[in-house]
Design a protein. Structure first.
Length: 441
């Protein structure tokens, strides 16, 4: 549905309204899920579906603004200045994305531990806290009453980017536009198509990483829940400074080259891990548990650097006029193959009886995904879309100043705050309520 919803947004002037409605829905539904209990599990499960849809569509609406945030600066000061600002926006956006995960884990489970709550009660506490925060962020970003803070100006109404062809409805146009976009990208913008192929493969590995890594630690290394939690927290905490450091690397080498290097780095580290982290003997198992924090640090660096780099690259090479649709296609590509690594892990594990197969599957996805990246010519890709950029919507206020040393203005904070809103909702969907439904109910 993502490319379809994106196409609908591009053919109407309702982008802001969709962002408002889905953000408010996320807050209300998340609050309602705080009633989770043995008696309400079915109701909460139904709300989970609504939450996921609202989260996904809201993510699409706010991502559609991302390519426009540097349009003013590119027009006034040139491509180089716009690229530096784009690097800041994406690196700090990734920082806040992972920071909200760390904060969510520590605060929700910390409060649950202090009050002596079980899994179900902890889930209820988490849903309530996150719901309140989402509604606060909704007020900051989408409410007209927050204009005094200046945070809403990046998410204003946008006119329709395309007209619905005569004789077609909005829905049929959306479906036709999906096919047209897919065919058009391969024919007219082949480098965008290649980038999306790489994103599908590599993001499948990133998306399945936690599932496979936790399974590996539990069954291969006999790790307890405390060690697993500590390793995940180390990875997330290390990703925070790594995301900020990514800006320096992007400014010096370019986000695309850093993304390739990070993908290769993740592939090599993950491929080497099973040789050092194994449970062949009790001594080897103990050594592996001691080495796990070191690998968590190395993986955390990869997580923190890759995401801002690839997203900055994508927004550099997409044509103007279909921002919502193309960002929807990008988001779709980050999720569409997330099932593949776990499935291959199960297949190879049953075939070989080795838990190591899981990490090697991840390594293969990281390395294979770099092949389409290496076939991409970034300069040609940018030249192909240069003639479309004049039609890109621009923020009503100047966006200059982000890339100056030590400065962070409202462009970054508004986009990051929307990501915080999204990330907290994602965390609540995938942790608190899920935990209650799986273990408590």
């Amino acid at each position: 549905m993502l490319p379809l919803v994106g196409a609908i947004i591009d053919h109407t002037d309702k982008r802001m309204q969709i962002g408002q409605a889905t953000a408010f829905s996320m807050g209300v539904v998340t609050l309602a899920q705080a009633c989770v209990s043995h008696d309400t599990w079915f109701f909460v499960t139904c709300l989970q579906v609504v939450s996921i849809c609202a989260y996904t569509f809201h993510n699409l609406a706010q991502l559609a603004y991302l390519p426009e945030l540097t349009a003013n600066l590119e027009q006034k000061e040139g491509v180089e200045a716009a690229d530096k600002e784009r690097n800041v926006i994406n690196s700090q956006g990734t920082f806040w994305m992972f920071a909200t995960e760390v904060v969510t884990i520590i605060v929700v489970y910390g409060v649950g531990t202090v009050v002596g709550a079980g899994n179900v009660d902890t889930a209820a506490i988490g849903q309530a806290m996150i719901g309140v925060f989402i509604l606060f962020v909704y007020w900051l970003i989408w409410s007209a009453k927050s204009d005094a803070l200046g945070w809403r100006h990046r998410f204003l109404a946008r006119g329709k980017l395309k007209e619905v062809p005569e004789g077609q409805s909005l829905v049929t146009t959306g479906f036709r536009q999906i096919a047209s976009t897919l065919c058009g990208l391969k024919a007219k913008y082949p480098y965008v198509f290649l980038l999306l192929i790489g994103v599908m493969i590599i993001d499948a590995a990133f998306g399945a990483f936690s599932t496979i890594a936790v399974t590996y630690m539990k069954y291969e290394l006999d790790a307890d829940n405390t060690l697993v939690t500590v390793i995940i927290l180390i990875l997330l905490v290390v990703s925070l400074p790594s995301a900020i450091a990514a800006r320096v690397a992007m400014d010096r080498f370019g986000p695309f080259h850093v993304a390739i290097a990070t993908s290769l780095y993740m592939g090599l580290v993950t491929a080497v891990a099973p040789f050092l982290l194994h449970g062949a003997t009790d001594k080897a198992q103990q050594l592996a548990r001691e080495l796990m924090p070191i690998f968590a640090v190395m993986w955390g660096v990869g997580f923190g650097v890759y995401y801002p780099c690839i997203q900055a690259t994508y927004t550099m090479i997409i044509p103007a006029g279909s921002e919502a649709e193309l960002m929807g296609l990008y988001y779709f590509c980050t999720k569409v193959l997330s099932w593949a690594p776990p499935l291959l892990f199960v297949v190879f594990n049953n075939w070989t009886g080795e838990q190591k197969a899981g990490l090697w599957v991840l390594a293969a996805f990281f390395l294979l995904g770099t092949i389409p990246y290496c076939m991409l010519d970034l300069e040609k890709a940018r030249d192909m879309v240069a003639h479309t950029l004049q039609s890109r919507a621009k923020s009503p206020r100047s966006s200059a100043g982000l890339a100056e040393e030590g400065s962070v203005n409202k462009t970054t904070y508004s986009q990051e705050t929307a990501r915080v809103e999204n990330r907290l909702t994602s965390n609540s969907l995938n942790s608190a309520t899920s935990l209650a439904l799986q273990e408590g109910l």
